[in-house]
Design a protein around this ligand. Sequence first.
Ligand code: ZN
Length: 123
Amino acid sequence: MDSVECTHCQVTMTSWSAAGSPMRYFQCPLCARTYASQYDEVFRARAGARRVESLSRQPPPSSLPVASPEDGRWATVRARASRWFTRLETEQRLVARALPPVPRAQALEARSDVAAVRPARTR
Ligand SMILES: [Zn+2]
């Protein structure tokens, strides 16, 4: 039988069931949140409570070959971060185009000097 952990306090919740009822109740000893096994989506979505296999209570993340909801959450965070970096890069490129750096301005000046010299040479 899996135990249920409070996702807020990371403690195992105490469980009980009413006599003659297939329903089980879980309560966190710290924050007193209570969940009923009837609402299984709470445990699946880990919205407040999650099932913990009693044998492998806290397996190291590296030994998990299957993507867990945490992995999915991390993938979302990584995707958001890479989008942010891409936007930052684009913005930096736009700023660089709008404000040319000093060496490029000097290069333009040098080119205009050459252009001013050229007509004198043709004369
Ligand atoms: Zn709790």
